[in-house]
Design a protein around this ligand. Structure first.
Ligand code: SF4
Length: 450
């Protein structure tokens, strides 16, 4: 039983996590994101990804997750030190000693006994994962503004056709200047040592130990590997208790949604989709999205009631705040119509690219947006349809907009970020046939002054 009756997030942290160490987090042991197309991994999904050696995984498939970097991070957590890659959490925790970071949410999902086991085995021993997010390849039909060619073949086309985005000063990692060929070393059906190691580990251990396998992309429904994995579940019915989850932009035709439901009818499936704004705002931010198609697919899934859960991941960026409260109204309306847990939302604060962070906005606009979210919170905080985690994440966002002044510690000063905001969206408009000023009239004057 992860959480005792009526235990708040803070009570839980004090009882289960703080007694291990003041920086301990189960995600470093039991959770990973692994990109099989490039041989990269991280735990959880927040820290920067690092490379996995082919030699290591050929000898030991568990090395896909149990890398030297993660063992070093575990060591630090055991000693109560803060691994620098986990800055996402430290930044939230530094807002106040009772601030709840993702460290709590990424730990509370596991049983207390499993947490004690992880703590006792320490940093060095290889562990079998319990929750895994895996990407087979970067094939994707969208090219969202906050994504880049490492995760989307449509983004690759943008760079190939139009060249590098020019004049960006804060993008030290050059996300928008080249096609990131190292992100896709293997094509579907090529010999891929990482995909082979995953299948080997899956057959020996993971199909038993994994509580949840989440497939991400690109758009995973466009990957041949995803359909192969569905076939494994059909052919091996009842062999694995692993819950299956899939990230999908839901920018797919109805027949593809039907194909998905048919291929997974004997499996417990959670579907995670992304959106954080309404209508034209959403279509601007998530280039490739057809709002009507997205809504229609979402409602089809809600009506069908086959999914174990439907989740909406909101990536909080500078542009979504104009209609985020309306978007939350929409999700709440679906909850009222289909049930409290029929659809859930999470609010994930964007840090990279930093020039798209909400904190780039002028103070006055940012505070007004924060105020609207505060009003939404006050109006709905007693709703029986909202989960504690949803309310906590909203409160966290309100605090974040109010207190935190820089997007992350490596970020450059604000003038550089605003320069990049203007430079990026001017080129984005040209390449994608969009118009910033028409789409975001409330930001137009400020945008044109940059
Ligand atoms: S970023 Fe936070 S949640 Fe993720 S592994 Fe680090 S401490 Fe855990």
């Amino acid at each position: 039983m992860p959480r005792k009756n009526n235990e708040t997030d803070l009570d839980y942290r004090k009882r289960v996590i703080d007694t291990k160490s003041k920086s301990w987090c189960a995600a470093k042991w039991y959770n990973a994101t692994i990109w099989l197309g490039s041989g990269m991994t991280t735990s959880c999904h927040h820290p920067p990804a690092h490379h996995v050696s082919v030699e290591d995984v050929v000898k030991n498939p568990k090395a896909l997750h149990n890398t030297a970097q993660k063992k070093k991070d575990r060591q630090q957590m055991m000693a109560g030190e803060r691994p620098p890659g986990c800055e996402y959490c430290w930044k939230i925790e530094d807002m106040g000693k009772d601030s709840i970071s993702d460290r709590v949410y990424k730990t509370v999902i596991y049983d207390d006994d499993d947490l004690d086991k992880a703590y006792l085995i320490g940093a060095e021993t290889d562990v079998n994962l319990k929750t895994l997010e895996i990407s087979f390849d970067r094939t994707c039909n969208f090219a969202c503004s906050y994504c880049n060619p490492a995760f989307s073949t449509t983004w690759v086309k943008d760079i190939k056709n139009n060249g590098a985005y020019e004049g960006l000063k804060s993008d030290g990692r050059n996300h928008f200047t080249h096609t990131h060929d190292s992100a896709q070393l293997f094509k579907f059906k090529d010999t891929n040592p990482y995909a082979e190691a995953f299948m080997q580990w899956w057959e020996t251990d993971l199909h038993r130990t994994l509580q949840e396998l989440r497939i991400t992309g690109g758009e995973p429904l466009l990957s041949g590997y995803t359909w192969q994995l569905f076939e494994w579940f059909t052919a091996n019915k009842g062999k694995s208790q692993t819950r299956l989850a899939i990230n999908s932009n839901l920018g797919i035709k109805r027949r593809e949604v039907e194909k998905l439901l048919s291929a997974t009818q004997n499996v417990e499936l959670d579907l995670y989709t992304s959106n954080e704004a309404m209508g034209t705002h959403a279509e601007y931010i998530r280039d490739g999205l057809d709002w009507g198609e997205w809504i229609s697919n979402l409602e089809y899934l809600l009506e069908g009631k086959q999914l174990r859960g439907l989740h909406c991941m909101c990536t909080i960026n500078a542009l979504c705040l104009e209609s985020l409260d309306e978007f939350l109204d929409l999700v709440l309306a679906y909850k009222k119509q289909y049930g409290r847990s029929a659809i859930n939302f999470s609010l994930n604060i964007l840090r990279f690219p930093s020039f798209q962070s909400a904190l780039v906005l002028p103070d006055e606009i940012r505070q007004k947006r924060g105020e609207r979210l505060k009003q939404w919170y006050e109006k709905n905080k007693s709703s029986e349809f909202l989960h504690e985690m949803e309310l906590n994440q909203l409160q966290r966002l309100i605090d974040y907009l109010d207190i935190v002044k820089t997007p992350h510690s490596e970020s450059f000063e604000l003038p550089k970020l605003r320069n990049d905001f203007k430079k990026f969206y001017a080129q984005y408009d040209q390449r994608r046939g969009k118009n910033f000023g028409e789409t975001f009239p409330d930001l137009k004057q400020w945008y044109e002054s940059l």
